[in-house]
Design a protein around this ligand. Structure first.
Ligand code: C2E
Ligand code: CA
Ligand code: CA
Length: 403
């Protein structure tokens, strides 16, 4: 038996509404209504045949904020339960919860966006617990000095993971992912050292290093007839540097590499901090011919306006939406929403983290353009990437037989 009979979702972001709707329907709840604001919610409650026994509400809405909404709910005599979801600071969400309880409501959970299946399960499948934010994970056993000297010695270098056209199997691009290659040939992944880079204020140095190496690799590959678009990961802080486009332009020019061979990936979680400077930087890079991709789509705020206002070319759906979850309604709806949104905004749609043939076929069914993941190949050193490309004639053949 589903824990709720009739649910009302109140959120001004249509993407979040779609995701929540799919999540509850996946739980077997058939009476789910979605509205874009608090005023509409009160109206809907007045005309609904079945009373809602759960309201899931955002706290920041254009017409009436969540606090006023709670008061309005009391006024209309709402008797059900409430869950609060917001991109605001957790302490603000907690205060709203207290206020809700003072009004006599049972607030079954609160959580900060981004919504993930785990976060929703914690609230709605175990209503006694409220969610805790995910912790950062185990601390690496390396020191900050180790990482700084590795950077100084040029041991942090790009490994390349292919991006493949899902229809033709063509290797059209590669994402440059930093690896620390130690003098004894050991390879260390960024999860173990990125925190030191960030804490030490060294992100820009790392980016410059990756940019130089990647562009040099593109130039070398060109001599072997390997023509791919290389993507570099970049943070919001770096794209708030007004001088970045000129710097990128100079590096490309010196190496004789065309801007269309370069893509910059910014994570969706950074989009909210964008401002006029970032818009100017991204627009100038786009005018130069550099692609901009929005990374980890589905883990951030999915705000339509924020996406529409910036000149992105590629939408990368986060790997959590493909990994072994083919029967999961939440993941399916995210993929569907990503494809609809991407088409609407004229973007290329790539799904990352595809590990198996089954996952490949699953995402192909949604009409995405490109795929990246262990199924094609793990990130490789520059020469290994070139060898992989050449030995396959630039085409990932298994993809074509996969159907
Ligand atoms: P990301 O940008 O989302 O990169 C994708 C990550 O998923 C990479 O991890 C990649 O190796 C991994 N991956 C790719 N395909 C699969 C798959 O099929 N299955 C699984 N389980 N994983 C897959 P990696 O290389 O460890 O990088 C982690 C993160 O570190 C990146 O996430 C990115 O945010 C950051 N990062 C890496 N290099 C740089 C860099 O040069 N600059 C910056 N600012 N961040 C970087
Ligand atoms: Ca990336
Ligand atoms: Ca990603």
């Amino acid at each position: 038996m589903p824990p709720f009979e009739s649910i009302l979702i109140v959120d001004d972001d249509p993407a979040q509404g779609i995701l929540l709707d799919a999540y509850f329907r996946g739980m077997g709840i058939t009476s789910v209504a979605s509205v874009g604001g608090a005023v509409e919610a009160i109206d809907r409650m007045a005309v609904s045949d079945v009373p809602f026994d759960l309201i899931v509400s955002d706290l920041l809405m254009p017409d009436m904020d969540g606090i006023e909404f709670l008061r309005a709910l009391k006024k209309v005599g709402f008797h059900g339960k409430i869950a609060l979801i917001s991109s605001l600071d957790q302490t603000l969400i907690d205060s709203a919860k207290k206020l809700g309880e003072l009004h006599g409501f049972e607030v079954i959970g609160t959580c900060r966006k981004p919504l993930t299946k785990q976060v929703l399960d914690d609230i709605f499948k175990a209503p006694h617990r409220t969610t805790a934010q995910a912790s950062g994970g185990a601390l690496p056993d390396l020191s900050s000095e180790d990482v700084v000297s590795a950077l100084d010695r040029g041991e942090l270098i790009p490994f390349y993971q292919p991006k493949v056209d899902i229809l033709t199997g063509r290797i059209v691009g590669a994402e440059a992912l930093t690896r620390w290659v130690t003098p004894d040939g050991g390879v260390i992944a960024p999860g173990r050292f990125m925190a030191f880079i960030e804490e030490g204020g060294l992100v820009r140095r790392l980016t410059d290093c990756l940019l130089d190496r990647s562009i040099a690799d593109i130039a070398r590959w060109k001599l072997r007839d390997i023509d791919v678009k290389v993507a570099i990961n970049i943070t919001a802080k770096e794209i708030s540097d007004i001088a970045l486009p000129d710097h990128v332009g100079a590096v490309l020019k010196n190496a004789g590499v065309h801007a269309s061979n370069l893509c910059l990936e910014v994570t969706e979680r950074d989009v909210l901090s964008f401002n006029t400077v970032t818009l100017e930087v991204l627009s100038r890079l786009r005018l130069m011919g550099v692609d901009i991709a929005i990374d980890d789509f589905g883990t951030g705020y999915s705000n339509l306006n924020a996406l529409r206002d910036f000149p992105y070319c590629e939408l990368k759906v986060d790997q959590s939406f493909v990994r072994g979850q083919n029967n999961d309604a939440f993941s399916r709806e995210t993929l569907r929403a990503a494809v609809t949104l991407g088409r609407h905004l004229n973007m290329r749609i790539l799904v990352e983290g595809v590990e198996t043939e089954e996952e490949w076929n699953f995402v192909k069914g949604f009409g995405v353009d490109q795929v990246q993941g262990y199924y094609v190949a793990k990130p490789m050193a520059a020469d290994d990437f070139a060898a992989f490309y050449e030995s396959n004639g630039g085409v990932f053949g298994a993809a074509l037989q996969a159907d």
